[in-house]
Design a protein around this ligand. Structure first.
Ligand SMILES: [Zn+2]
Length: 375
């Protein structure tokens, strides 16, 4: 049996008495000159020392005991001094800890992750953005985009106006306007990180003026300048990457990296990002003597065309017993307002990038203010 030397204070006189301390059948027993007392372990409270101080045992009769190196004694008395033990004993702390933990996790998720993702995006080099962009475009070219059929002169004319529109932005970005034929996708445009903007032949053919195309391009340049691609990507993948790194799972980090072009192509911008890109277009268009009204008219034109295609699609597959093919849902038409249902997910082979512009009416209101009032 272990015996410790302790200093006993009886709680009535000031002096300490030296005693032998034992744990005997679940009781704390003190023996010394004029002292022979025993307390059941449950009545004694022990306090773990800080640094080289002695352990302190508070006795139920008001006395106290100090013992050096008494961790084993405390354990024998059944007192737990690890964190779990402290939490277990202090139910008040435990009850507080749960909402605190939940709150912390929620705050980290709600505000911490987007903040961290944006800080992370700041240190992503432009070269990495451009590499990601070219890999993503190569992937899209394999899956749904075909060479443009627009006459070269038409492409060049639009490229010149695009270059003027992109001027004055981040000098590190290399702005490039690409045209692609995309019969299945229809009229649309999207921006890749680093400055590449892709516009479909179908959009060029649909627009009634170059100003309408410039309006769309201004919005896309906004996505580039505000780095929405990388920020969105980090917001959605950052957690996965962080978890892999923390868990030291190098293979999974590699897999996440390899999946980035797919994730980028499938990214949906948040409403905030869309509004920011709209704000950018609202500022940039007048500088190029283009009325923001053009954005409103082209968006409604796209919407009408998408609805027409949807109806055509439905007729083609009516009663054929076949499901509709996996064509992308056309949120860009903003038809969610009319149908009342907003497709949350689509199982398309063609990335959802083409369908990230919902709520046409709500969004174009600010642009429509610039339109001549003839009603
Ligand atoms: Zn957008």
């Amino acid at each position: 049996m272990n015996v410790w030397q302790g200093r006993y204070f009886d709680g009535r006189s000031a002096g300490a008495k030296t005693v032998e301390v034992r744990c005997e059948q679940g009781s704390l027993r003190l023996d010394g000159p004029e002292v022979a007392v025993s307390y059941s372990a449950g009545q004694v409270r022990s306090t773990a020392p800080i640094g080289a101080m002695p352990w302190r045992f508070d006795l139920p009769d008001g006395g106290a005991l100090e013992v050096n190196n008494a961790a084993l004694l405390a354990r024998q008395l059944g007192h737990r001094h690890d964190l779990a033990g402290r939490l277990e004993r202090s139910w008040k702390l435990a009850v507080l800890a749960v909402p605190l933990l939940v709150g912390t996790v929620f705050a980290a998720y709600q505000w911490g992750l987007p903040w961290l993702a944006d800080r992370g995006a700041e240190i992503v080099p432009v070269a990495a953005e451009q590499k990601l962009a070219s890999e993503t475009l190569a992937m899209l070219d394999r899956y749904g985009l075909a060479d443009s059929k627009l006459p070269r002169a038409r492409q060049e004319a639009l490229r010149q106006r695009f270059a003027a529109l992109a001027k004055g932005g981040n000098p590190d970005y290399q702005y490039r306007l690409e045209f692609r034929n995309a019969e299945d996708i229809g009229p649309n445009a999207f921006a890749l990180p680093g400055g590449t903007v892709v516009m479909t032949d179908q959009l060029v053919e649909l627009a009634s003026s170059d100003d309408e195309l410039l309006a769309v391009l201004a919005h896309e340049i906004g996505h580039v300048e505000l780095r929405h691609g990388v920020r969105g990507l980090l917001r959605s993948s950052g957690l996965a990457v962080a978890v892999s790194v923390v868990l030291g799972d190098a293979t999974s980090v590699g897999t996440t990296m390899a999946a980035l072009p797919v994730m980028l192509a499938d990214l949906r911008y948040s409403r905030d990002f869309e509004r920011e890109a709209d704000d950018f277009a609202l500022r940039r268009l007048p500088e190029q003597s283009v009325s923001p009204c053009a954005f409103s008219t082209v968006m409604h034109r796209i919407e009408a065309e998408m609805k027409r295609r949807d109806r055509e699609d439905d007729r083609e597959h009516e009663g054929s017993g076949k499901n509709r093919p996996d064509r992308p849902r056309r949120e860009s038409s903003g038809d969610s307002q009319e149908s009342g249902a907003k497709p949350e997910s689509d199982q398309s082979d063609i990335p959802a990038w083409f369908s990230t512009h919902p709520d046409t009416h709500e969004r174009t209101r600010r642009f429509a203010d610039y339109c001549p009032q003839d009603k």
